[in-house]
Ligand binder design. Sequence first.
Ligand code: SF4
Length: 317
Amino acid sequence: MSKLYDFTQLDALSRCEVEFSYRYQQHLQRATPDASAHFGSAVHAGVRALFDGKPAGTYEDEKDALFAVSEAWADGCASEKKPYLTLQYAHEVVKMYAKIYGVGGREADALDRVTGTDSGVHTQPVTSSPFSLVLNEHYLEWPERSLCGIVDRVVRSRVDGQFYVMDLKTTGLYLSQAWFEQWRHSLQAAIYLDLVERALFDQSAEPVAGFWVDAIHVDRRGYPKPEDFMRVGPFGYSPALRSELRGVVDVLVRRAQDLDQAAYEPLKNPRNCYRYNSLCSFFQFCTLEPADRADAMAMSVASGELVQEEWVPALRR
Ligand code: SF4
């Protein structure tokens, strides 16, 4: 089977081809994970457990979710640069998420259509929620387009009865109007809408009505407040807009394939060396004399500063 690309890979590629090459061809990454990403993964694991088909608001539910947070946390280590991003803060975020939204319950029929089996999941949706859960954190593929990805949630609105993709975002940025507006025109959203439609429905019917962002603001305070949690949507994607974004995704996939087949040399994009208040993980190498880079990287691997680990989209790591 040909190699599949997810949004994380294509996003790196559109940022900088050299970064794509370091990360996804040479499989290099920093040994110490970025503190924000590590914190976000732990919160994702907790929210996934909250949604995992159990009745909402029970003690068992919350206990399971906090255990999932701790487990994901143990997978990495926090950066000293962000001491406020603690395990306790991640626990408090997940507890407040459960309190604000309530969770649990999915529609077994749709789940079974994806997996092709009887999931055995037949819990009742939480009636107080404006959504019922169709799919919880699920890996999907579209091999003909060499595309794959893990979709956080597919939900059905109780208000209009339509299906939506809902993606959880933890961010240190303030939840401004502009921050939300970006999801009206997002390659990630376009990929997820396509993957879900292909897996769940007849594509020609375009039955996924749009994209919701399930946002959590994370900051230096080190504890959550209710206003840190905002669900915004739906962001509608018309068939024409979907088609346009699909074209962009397909071009990126072809470029990734060309790079993987060594059809051309990856191009540096120094414009993106600094992003989100930090430098690219490979900055120290890109600023060396070209002839010295390979040795410097080999030394960093030998010293443990860099590790080689293949990206597995189905595991999101
Ligand atoms: S440091 Fe800049 S040029 Fe080098 S890989 Fe990162 S983004 Fe690309």
